[in-house]
Design a protein around this ligand. Sequence first.
Ligand code: AMP
Ligand code: FE
Ligand code: FE
Ligand code: ZN
Length: 286
Amino acid sequence: MYADLHLHTNFSDGTYSPEELVAQAARNSLSAMALTDHDTVEGCARTSEACRTAGIEFIVGTELTAEQDENEIHILGYLIDLENPRFRTEISRFQQVRQNRIHEMAARLNAIGISLTAEDVFALANCRSPGRPHVARALVKAGFCSSLDQAFERFLKKNRPAWVPKFKMSAAIAIELIHHAGGVAVMAHPGLNRTDDVIPGMVEAGLDGIECFHTKHSTHMTEHYLELAEQHGLLVTGGSDCHGLSKGKPLIGTIRVPYEYVERLKARAASRRAAPKAPAADFAAP
Ligand code: AMP
Ligand code: FE
Ligand code: FE
Ligand code: ZN
């Protein structure tokens, strides 16, 4: 039995609907799958329902955009309680910040004569946590660019005219928020960060696990992170990080981790829920 613990739908920057994603999971004989859309859990209800019909175990998840020592870090939150009031409030504040950023990007584009509106982006994104990939798609759709790559190259990359820095909560706050909602916090694709120096600080903040298996990890990286996980006593996870067709070939099926990793995640969430809750820390969205 195998699982994919890192998947996106069109509720963030993937192209598959929840139903399409689950159909792909079934085609790839997955026994369990987690949905980890960026800074949102909106797709979980539909994905869960589609999984139930397909006989696949669904694991609630999200991928929070965070920061540790000035590095952007993605933190996967698994098995969170979707009804947790503080989690719901914080995530909707975070989504508002993302939407404000789109308004700012549109204003910057307008300032250089590109008449794209934030509404154009929202209409196309159809999700509450839009980002640069949606602006890129809107630029292509409106005929301002011929490809997504060109949109990034000309306008959206760091220090290009429409680039707007992204707000990130601290990794410690992301981890605490996931724990507060009864979930398990896992550092996503550590091999994509330029440094491992960020890891001890996050372990200190309560990080539960590390995503050792990821499409962009070489065999060497995977071995390295498996060793680091062992050293720090971290859980191991893995997933394809499939975004559907937005990045070429769909990646679902390329990474399949043994089901026992899912069992360990569930055991950790259960022990976390049994333990008394720490007092709430304040979240600092601007
Ligand atoms: P954001 O979180 O809004 O800053 O957007 C980051 C996302 O943009 C990442 O998930 C990347 O996949 C995507 N991205 C970044 N650079 C490029 C690029 N040059 N071409 C296509 N997608 C990109
Ligand atoms: Fe993404
Ligand atoms: Fe990520
Ligand atoms: Zn991802």
